[in-house]
Design a binder for this molecule. Structure first.
Ligand code: CA
Length: 366
């Protein structure tokens, strides 16, 4: 469908809904009476998360609600949880094809289709949320992400950050790299490749399947997010040991993707609403995790006697060694991947220098 036709279709569809929206408020009535009623555009947002799941699912709901409010009801986004409209891992295709106008997920889920997308989800031993946002908004990262999704008719935006995650839930203690050998662990994206090179067997499963897989022994270990989310899934009832730090996800950058044709068909002010609401959602999620993680960790430790363990140094060093090789290999997979790798690590080197005399120095000093 060409752009003109989409605009016409959206306007016609909206006009009918617009009439019924005429009695909502005095302002609406005034606009209706003067014949200035704006069409209402209805979008579907498909997500990779269970409906209203803390942080991730609620982040998608927050975004939809803000778009609805900031647009004065002219752009109404309805959120669908995983499997409500499409399965979790079909979100990318559903938005690309226009089945839904918007999607909410994480870029590393699409590694089989778009290897370069992994730079925008989570990079093992990579940048944290603060650095990631700086790179995306002010370091050329977002432009590279847009270039990556452009062939699929998608416009990506960061739509939430988890902050540093936890290393995951293990049914056995990890005392050295030998204990990683043969370990079957749910761990997606680049970190999965790192685990494989370290002797483990990575699995990719949607969040909703983790508890059962861990409890039945289909997997020996799983990472998910952090205390706030892991407590909600009850993962402490399926495994004994809770490891840190989350070397594999120094933040997960969640994404909102918009069907480019649907975005282009919006009036300019609504395009800005979508972009700004997404930016607000990006910050709001990070704050939500920061506020809730320690609270949930207290519950896990005090009420459920969860055993906290730090990964041994040799395990972290082996992971880091393989992570560098995995990233280098990814950078050689395409010309675009090479440019993203260069941009990402040049930027990370700069923020590392700055952080050493700012955040890191301050955290040690206070
Ligand atoms: Ca994770």
């Amino acid at each position: 469908m060409n752009r003109r036709k989409i605009i016409k279709t959206a306007a016609l569809a909206g006009a009918a809904v617009g009439l019924s929206a005429c009695k909502k408020s005095p302002q609406d009535n005034a606009a209706c009476e003067s014949g200035q009623s704006q069409p209402v555009i209805e979008w579907k947002m498909v997500t990779t998360w269970p409906k209203n799941f803390p942080g991730l699912g609620t982040g998608a709901e927050f975004l939809a609600k803000k778009i609805n409010q900031m647009s004065g009801g002219r752009l109404q986004v309805k959120v669908y949880g995983a499997n409500e409209l499409v399965p979790a891992f079909e979100v990318f295709d559903a938005v690309s094809s226009g089945t839904a106008q918007m999607g909410h997920g994480a870029a590393y889920y699409w590694k089989g289709k778009v290897p370069e997308a992994q730079f925008f989800g989570a990079v093992p031993f990579g940048m944290n949320a603060n650095e990631m946002n700086a790179w995306l908004y002010h370091g050329g990262g977002l432009e590279l992400w847009q270039e990556t999704y452009q062939p699929f008719g998608l416009k990506p935006m960061p739509a939430g950050q988890t902050g540093v995650q936890m290393g995951g839930w293990f049914n056995k203690e990890i005392n050295s790299i030998e204990d990683i050998k043969g370990l079957v662990m749910r761990i997606p994206g680049l970190a999965g490749d790192v685990l494989a090179r370290s002797g483990g067997t990575p699995q990719v499963l949607p969040g909703a399947e983790l508890f059962t897989a861990l409890q039945t022994g289909t997997i020996d270990a799983t990472e998910w997010v952090g205390p706030y989310n892991d407590l909600a899934f009850g993962l402490h009832q399926a495994a004994q040991f809770y490891y840190y730090p989350g070397w594999h996800e120094p933040t997960a950058c969640l994404e909102a993707m918009v069907n480019q044709a649907a975005f282009d068909a919006l009036p300019e002010d609504l395009q800005v609403v979508v972009e700004m609401a997404t930016m607000a959602a990006n910050q709001n999620m990070l704050s939500e995790y920061m506020a809730n993680n320690q609270r949930a960790l207290d519950t896990l430790q005090k009420e459920h006697q969860v055993k906290m363990k730090a990964f041994p140094q040799d395990v972290l060093e082996t992971f880091k060694h393989h992570a560098q090789a995995v990233m280098l290999e990814l950078s050689q997979s395409s010309e675009l991947a090479g440019r993203i790798h260069q941009s990402y690590f040049d930027f990370a080197a700069k923020t590392q220098s700055w952080l050493s005399v700012s955040e890191m120095a301050y955290l040690q000093a206070r």
